[in-house]
Ligand binder design. Structure first.
Ligand code: SAH
Ligand code: SF4
Ligand code: F3S
Length: 441
């Protein structure tokens, strides 16, 4: 069998897509992690910020140098960059033998055949229906404990800064039957945790035979498969995280008490410009509701510093909102100008880079404090932890996550990956809880 190397960049959706790609090609190729034995080298790419793309462009230069020594190697670029800048890539990256956008993976066998015949083959056609729903992902890099299940594709939200609606196309949901079958199979294979994935899972909607399934209902059906299977989900858009969903999370102990709820900015002015469709007040109201219905729920977020026209006062409002919510974790970014987005067409990227950097540093420093505080509040508490493996720092320690998605490290020689244990937190850093096994009798 020929060998396939897939390098994945960007979000969890791309990780899930790479498993679909490996599955589609599995009759001809087996996956390798070693470039030296690869017949095909694929990059599944991300366009979300300019630095993500620059990194790939640099990597392509390295691969081009490598290919000089191994001319039979076929090199392909897949994913969001393929969709966004195919023409530019065809012109500027001679190393590429084929290019495939996120909805074109079923045509990869054909693209590869044509590439092998010397053609530069590409397909970046977006689809309004493709969900790869009948393809069983080949989980070639999974840890055997936790897996992603893609429940929908695309995005209709058009946040003004964002390329995703252009690179991934229109939003579409996958049938509940195929999602449940996939979860069921994972359970049989010994997996203990699934993460339901979409750019905006709250707007998941399946309609067939006069029956409608909402995200809250889907979640409940997955949760009911087994109390031994943890269920997570990402990402929730604050504009439509419903009480119905919060009630399901509260009701089922195996649905994790963790919500990733990207806020992006703390001022109504910026939220409006970003086309996020909610206000600061609405966001805080949703957070209040989460805290009321699921008191031990951890909330994490995404924040963008220095969006077009952001004043010092707007920035302060981001900081004050962070304090008010007390996020357990945050992904924080400098605004990156993206060609063809609404922001690129209508606003000026007018915040100087040093100001963006300084604001980002303030946001990162504050989040450091908040993460530490959130972890300190857990010292003395006991959590159920799903063991994921041995700690990188010490082979005597295992690590896993609690329901709140916090990493806990603890010394242990009697348990192993995939088991649930109870761990009492003894101390912490801003990044990790450090605990001790509580032996049950
Ligand atoms: N669908 C998810 C987010 C997907 S992209 C949601 O709506 O929350 C992940 C994060 O990247 C976004 O939440 C945002 O914080 C960030 N991001 C997106 N476009 C960006 C840009 N042009 N510059 C900087 N950060 C950006
Ligand atoms: Fe981008 Fe907004 Fe869609 Fe998230 S919801 S992927 S930020 S357009
Ligand atoms: Fe990046 Fe595409 Fe995901 S732009 S964040 S890989 S949807």
């Amino acid at each position: 069998m020929k060998k396939l190397l897939i390098e994945t960049f960007g979000c969890q959706m791309n990780v899930a897509d790479s498993e679909v790609i490996a599955s589609i090609l599995s009759s001809e190729y087996s996956v390798t992690a070693d470039a030296r034995e690869a017949d095909v080298w694929m990059l599944n790419t991300c366009s979300i910020r300019d630095n993500a793309e620059q990194r790939i462009r640099k990597h392509l230069k390295e691969i081009a140098a490598y290919k000089q020594r191994k001319p039979s190697l076929l090199v392909g670029l897949l994913g969001c960059m393929a969709e966004r800048i195919k023409d530019q890539l065809l012109k500027e990256e001679e190393v590429l033998d084929f290019i495939a956008g996120p909805d074109a993976y079923r045509t990869l066998p054909d693209l590869l055949k044509r590439a092998a015949e010397g053609e530069t083959a590409y397909n970046v056609t977006l689809s309004e229906t493709e969900t790869y729903e009948n393809i069983i992902p080949l989980r070639y890099a999974a840890n055997g404990v936790s897996a992603f299940i893609s429940i929908m594709r695309g995005c209709n939200n058009f946040c003004s800064y964002c390329v995703v609606p252009y690179t991934r196309g229109r939003e579409r949901s996958r049938s509940p039957q195929t999602i449940l079958a996939e979860a069921q199979q994972l359970l049989k294979d010994g997996y203990k945790e699934v993460t339901l994935l979409g750019q905006n899972v709250n707007s998941y909607l399946w309609q067939a035979d006069g029956k409608t399934t909402t995200f809250a209902q889907l979640m409940e059906q997955v949760a009911l498969l087994s109390p031994q299977l943890r269920v997570r989900f990402a990402t929730s858009h604050p504009k439509d995280i419903s009480d119905e969903l919060l009630q399901v999370i509260a009701r089922y102990p195996n649905v994790c008490h963790y919500i990733h709820l990207p806020v992006q900015a703390g001022s109504n002015e910026m939220l409006k410009r970003m086309n996020r469709v909610y206000t600061r007040e609405k966001y805080l109201e949703r957070v209040q509701k989460i805290k009321e219905l699921i008191p031990d729920c951890a909330i994490s977020t995404d924040i963008i510093a220095g969006f077009c026209g952001e004043t010092e006062e707007n920035h302060q409002e981001t900081l004050s909102l962070m304090r008010e919510v007390g996020f357990s974790y945050a992904y924080m970014f400098k605004y990156s100008w993206r060609d063809n987005t609404f922001a690129a067409r209508h606003f000026t990227d007018d915040i100087p880079d040093e100001v963006k950097s300084r604001r980002l540093e303030e946001i990162i420093a504050l989040q450091g404090e908040l993460s530490l505080k959130s972890n300190q509040e857990d010292v003395g508490k006991t959590f159920e932890v799903l063991i994921e493996g041995t700690s990188k720092r010490s082979t005597n320690d295992l690590f896993g996550r609690n329901s709140q998605n916090k990493v806990i490290v603890f010394p242990c020689s009697t348990h192993t990956r995939g088991e649930y244990v109870r761990v009492k937190v003894k101390s912490c850093t801003a990044a990790t809880l450090i605990g001790e096994l509580v032996e049950e009798n």
